[in-house]
Design a protein around this ligand. Structure first.
Ligand code: SF4
Ligand code: SF4
Length: 236
């Protein structure tokens, strides 16, 4: 069990905003979403790099079932009666952490001026545009389309969605070759500001859930959480 499984419900809330309530309802997402059941696993201890407490995502109660494994005993709290779990009745409530090793302070006064800060240039020198931070992020929802034609029968093929990353080359490229964010520092700025500023302006809370996966996976040791803390520090 990963110790940040507990924030999955907070993640889904954000993905729902994008695919269901961002101007249109995504038919394919809604079809799967309506059939899904959600089983929650709690966190008895904090992980190394998550900061869910700072983001207020350390606790959730909108689940169909909660499962806690304690030695040979499995405790289950079932809210959806159709799941039909059998056993001896007892009280169980989800574990959650109240302290993380990583603490993040969200900047309070982000504005369009934040987009002009020198801090972004520094990240542009370090980032290699691999996109791993996006692909690891549970709240990144961008996708692109790929058409695949089969060699043995060119009249048959597949159109599929594939994940896209705002950090990689070509993400903003348009017909004619124009690209909005060629500089990698601009891409880092776009990603960070989307997570803690743009999404919040639209939906009222940050997109980032504080899982810490982007910090763990960056091959250049670029820390998103440190970046957010630096933005907050610069406001003091
Ligand atoms: S900590 Fe990083 S990976 Fe996790 S939700 Fe926030 S931006 Fe995404
Ligand atoms: S994982 Fe690190 S190096 Fe790769 S795109 Fe993200 S910030 Fe850049």
């Amino acid at each position: 069990m990963e110790d940040n499984d507990f924030i999955e419900q907070e993640i889904l809330k954000r993905i729902d905003e994008i695919y269901l309530r961002n101007g249109f309802e995504d038919y394919y997402y809604a079809r799967v979403r309506n059939e899904a059941k959600f089983v929650l696993m709690g966190c008895a201890e904090t992980c190394e790099s998550g900061f869910c407490v700072s983001m207020g995502t350390n606790k959730a109660d909108n689940y169909d079932a909660y499962v806690k494994v304690d030695g040979d005993v499995v405790y289950v709290d079932v809210k959806d009666e159709t799941l039909g779990v059998e056993g001896t009745a007892c009280d169980v409530t989800p574990d959650y952490v109240t302290v993380n090793k990583e603490v993040v302070t969200l900047p309070k006064n982000l504005s369009n001026e934040t987009f002009q800060k020198d801090i972004w240039k520094e990240y542009g020198d370090r980032c290699i545009a691999c996109g791993r931070c996006n692909f690891a992020c549970p709240t990144c929802t961008c996708f692109t389309m790929q058409d695949i034609f089969y060699r043995d029968n060119p009249r048959v093929g597949e159109r599929m969605r594939v994940w896209a990353s705002c950090q990689v080359d070509g993400y903003t490229q348009m017909a004619g070759g124009h690209e909005y964010r060629k500089d990698k520092g601009d891409r880092m700025r776009f990603k960070v500001m989307h997570k803690i500023y743009d999404f919040e302006k639209r939906f009222g809370y940050p997109m980032c859930v504080g899982c810490g996966r982007c910090d763990d996976i960056c091959p250049e040791y670029i820390s998103y959480s440190n970046c957010v803390n630096r933005l907050a520090k610069e406001e003091e």
